[in-house]
Design a protein around this ligand. Structure first.
Ligand SMILES: [Cu+2]
Length: 120
């Protein structure tokens, strides 16, 4: 009986340690990956907000759909991979590639457009 309790305590301890280690690792990865950061774009009221962003090559760009309608992120000229139809609160991310100006739109509502400027 004591052995069982002892084992549970050890298991709990190991779990605690590994989750601390994991979160430390995640923080590390987010902070250290060569200064790259995440730029968030909210999709709300049939608009991409901000409508134009400037990022550095290697930065992550994440769209979140805050509308009740499905939206997509589609690159003009297929410069980056398009998203699937995003449900409410669903996210889509890409990593900014070569420097340049990238236009995109929502294929469900083509009047919704946005611009990404990628700098070196
Ligand atoms: Cu849309």
């Amino acid at each position: 009986m004591t052995t069982l309790i002892h084992k549970i305590k050890i298991a709990a301890l190991i779990c605690g340690i590994s989750s601390v280690a994991l979160s430390a690792f995640a923080d590390d990865a987010a902070n250290s990956s060569a200064g790259s950061k995440v730029t968030k774009i909210e999709i709300k009221d049939f608009m991409f907000n901000p409508q134009k962003i400037t990022v550095k090559s290697g930065d992550k760009i994440t769209w979140t759909n805050k509308d009740e309608e499905p939206h997509t992120v589609v690159s003009v000229g297929k410069k980056f991979q398009k998203s699937s139809a995003l449900d409410t609160d669903q996210e889509y991310s890409i990593t900014a590639g070569a420097p340049g100006t990238y236009e995109y739109f929502c294929s469900v509502h083509p009047k919704m457009t946005g611009t990404i400027v990628v700098e070196k």
